[in-house]
Ligand binder design. Structure first.
Ligand code: MOS
Length: 749
């Protein structure tokens, strides 16, 4: 067992004093009053404004820019093109790990996707920069782009962030041969674009060899390393502030070309520069969820047990980099099946590179898998929940490993009871509401791996009885300022009011990236370890000091709470942190903590969060209008640090699942390759009026293996299972099995 795995939540802290409390957001007031300073709110002296000039073709080259007209415009300071883009210390096309993206930072006149920046205009005001950009009036030599999955495919070596493209277990052919029936279906999911409320932004300022950045990022340390490489700076000389993100959803993990161009503009002009993407500029250079075409085959025996499962995905990537939406993986861990095969193929298109987008792979993959499971249940004449229970996996199918914990049955039960699933008619078109609308009930299973990265934190206990916890964590809206502070307070035996929680800048210890639903586990366990280590030092001071009431108590005999150490066996023997430090003549005591996944636990167990989502839809039989009238999910994800934040994550995920089912789709014009709905009017996302009857149930789950605090991630699981639950409800309502997403009213008429 590794050293880290031996860390336990420990008998010395009274857990639950902060952890588990439904505290409201520490940063909530700042946000609703407009006092929270986001990156684009910074205005250093001498600030210039930069805008990118996005390509209006998807393939070809820029043949002319009217530089004279743009330069002549009042307020325009500089125009950055391939001719004068400052040199970089490394080719931005190079990539040394799968979390980086290849970039072309004005390297040449080639256009690789619609929206690719072809120039940057820098001016004294935003208005002048925009006008200058318009005056550039690029002319192009355009070629016919490929933007659909019908183009030629190839077999990639890896998918997503370096996962194997193919996996197999058992004899699939034998499984299908033994089947009483085989269900085969093809599902399509569209390109989706991250549309965080806050677009990508950077305010960049050089001071000698130092670079100061206000830039929202899900990975402070990772961004710093990337920029250090590009600009030839030492990482310590790059200072990134990212206290708040107005959403990230994966697209603010890796540095993308607009941020790098903003920094290059500061270098070119020698002045601070702000570059903020306009909404339509978000569609191209900052990643997206690639479109997929997924083929599912399920073999069933006469009793409805799965005999074989294959899941093959064709997904898009760009011409110049590779990120294949890893949709086929989701079935490897979900249902008991003796034989399975999952594989992917890629199609190179004239598009910006796809990237991580909330539950990359699981979100799109669970749509296909959970729809196919519904089709199989229907074919077997079974209730969809009974079918899932018949095929419930007690060990992980692909690996044969036991689960570190799996409260999926409890999720099924709780959500089904709350929903009133019992008595659901098996056939479709059996229920109507008072208005005569067709009602349908559907369900889907949610699953997401419980991952962890490496993170660090530093704890300080001060003589005045207060404490400090430093962790360069990221709050993209999920509540890190709150939940991580709760862990910090408990680890230090302090109340949250006496703790100074510092986060959100690259100058603090690297607390790991906020991605993969790992952040609370990674940063939280690092924080826990730092706090525990500081308390250990303080305890050693007290128990070894004859003048302390704790003398001789020994490490295991002391509890830290509310700024005091107290003998476990004698509540009257107690001393404040302040008294211990004062007597020792110390101003403060500090300790570092580090956390990472424990390889031996990972070797022994399969680790996933689970959930079940039930949906009710009402479909107008004449108009085809689809309304989700109820959406109830129950999720089990280990220890809950803050139930209010966790519930919010589940609700947000489920709303995105609804969006996936019914709303979101980027539409490419096939001739130009441009996205014709790159705006909030036509790239539809749900609004309040689309959301009714939404509930998330938190199912208790203790996981002794996943990490010392028993935390699984909650950020992404809510989007999995949900879209299929809605599609399955639409089938139940209408008898129409729609396999192309989003589902529109034309498809159900
Ligand atoms: Mo997430 S797509 O891992 O930010």
């Amino acid at each position: 067992m590794s050293e880290i795995a031996q860390l336990s939540p420990g008998p010395r802290q009274r857990h639950g004093s902060s952890i588990g409390q439904p505290l409201t957001r520490a940063d909530g007031r700042l946000k609703v009053t407009g006092e929270a300073i986001y990156a684009a709110d910074n205005h250093p002296d001498g600030l210039l404004h930069a805008v990118i000039v996005p390509a209006k073709i998807a393939r070809g080259r820029v043949v002319s820019l009217d530089l004279d007209a743009a330069r002549a415009h009042q307020g325009v300071v500089e125009i950055m093109t391939p001719e004068n883009r400052p040199p970089l210390a490394m080719d931005p096309f190079e990539k040394s790990n799968p979390l980086m993206f290849r970039m072309h930072l004005l390297s040449d006149a080639t256009v690789r996707y619609a929206g690719e920046p072809v120039a940057v205009v820098i001016a004294e005001t935003l208005e002048a920069a925009k006008e200058g950009a318009a005056l550039l009036a690029p002319r192009y030599e355009a070629e016919t782009p490929e933007v659909t999955l019908d183009a030629a495919a190839y077999t990639p070596e890896t998918v997503g962030p370096g996962q194997p493209a193919e996996a197999a277990k058992g004899d699939v052919d034998a499984g299908f041969a033994a089947a009483a029936q085989v269900i085969e279906a093809v599902y399509e999911t569209p390109p989706q674009y991250h549309n965080a409320m806050e677009p990508h932004a950077v305010v960049a300022r050089f001071d000698g060899d130092s670079l100061f950045l206000d830039m929202p990022t899900q990975g402070l340390a990772m961004s710093r390393m990337r920029l250090a490489g590009l600009f030839g700076l030492t990482p310590d000389n790059i200072h990134i502030r990212s206290p708040f993100l107005g959403g990230g959803f994966g697209s603010k993990g890796a540095v993308s070309s607009p941020e790098a161009l903003g920094i290059l503009a500061a270098k070119l002009t020698g002045r601070p520069v702000k570059l903020v993407l306009a909404r339509e500029e978000m569609f191209g250079p900052v990643g997206h969820r690639g479109q997929t075409r997924q083929t599912l085959r399920l073999g069933l025996d006469a009793a409805g047990a799965l005999t074989a499962l294959t899941h093959h995905t064709r997904a898009s990537t760009s011409r110049f980099d590779e990120f294949i939406e890893p949709s086929s993986g989701v079935g490897q861990s979900l249902y008991k099946v003796p034989a399975l095969h999952t594989a992917h193929e890629g199609v190179r298109l004239d598009i910006g590179t796809p990237s991580f987008m909330r539950a990359p792979g699981e979100a799109s993959g669970s749509i296909a898998l959970e729809s196919a499971i519904d089709e199989a249940a229907f074919a077997a004449g079974m209730d969809p929940l009974a079918f899932r229970l018949e095929n419930y996996a007690e060990v992980e199918p692909i690996s044969g490993k036991p689960f570190s914990s799996k409260a999926l049955k409890q999720c099924y039960t709780k959500a089904a009871e709350r929903f009133g699933w019992a008595g659901r008619p098996l056939r479709s078109r059996q229920m109507r509401d008072e208005a005569g609308r067709l009602l349908g009930w559907g369900m889907g299973t949610a699953i997401f791996p419980a991952l962890m990265f490496q993170g660090n934190a530093r704890a300080v206990i001060r003589r005045d009885g207060t404490g400090v916890m430093e962790a360069g964590a990221h709050d993209m809206g999920q509540g890190a300022w709150t939940a991580l502070a709760q862990i910090a307070a408990d680890s230090l035996g302090l109340t949250i009011e006496t703790l100074d929680f510092r986060s959100g800048t690259s100058d603090l210890p690297d607390a790991g990236i906020a991605g993969g639903s790992t952040h609370t586990a990674t940063a939280g366990n690092a924080i826990h370890r730092a706090g525990t280590a500081a308390i250990d030092k303080l305890t050693a001071l007290a128990v070894n000091d004859e003048s302390s009431p704790l003398f001789g108590a020994g490490n295991v005999g002391v509890v830290a709470s509310e700024g005091r150490l107290t003998r476990r066996d004698d509540e009257t023997a107690s001393e404040s942190f302040a008294d211990i430090l004062t007597r020792a003549g110390l101003e403060e005591i500090a300790a570092d903590g580090q956390a990472a996944a424990d390889p031996s636990a990972q070797e022994a167990y399969a680790m996933h969060a689970h959930g079940a989502v039930f949906a009710e839809v009402a479909v107008d039989p004449e108009l085809g209008q689809i309304r989700v009238t109820r959406l109830i999910g129950a999720f089990a994800a280990g220890r809950v640090i803050n139930p209010r934040m966790v519930e919010s994550q589940y609700l947000g995920g489920m709303i995105w699942g609804l969006s996936f089912a019914l709303h979101e789709k980027a539409v490419h014009d096939r001739r130009s390759g441009r996205i014709v709905n790159a705006n909030f009017a036509e790239y539809r996302v749900p609004v309040n009026a689309d959301i009714q009857g939404l509930e998330a149930i938190l199912v208790p789950e203790e996981d002794p293996h996943v990490n010392p605090l028993g935390i699984k991630g909650v950020g992404e699981i809510g989007i999995t299972g949900t879209a299929a639950a809605i599609a399955n409800a639409i089938f139940h309502a209408t008898g129409k099995r729609v396999r192309s997403f989003p589902i529109g009213l034309a498809e159900v008429l």
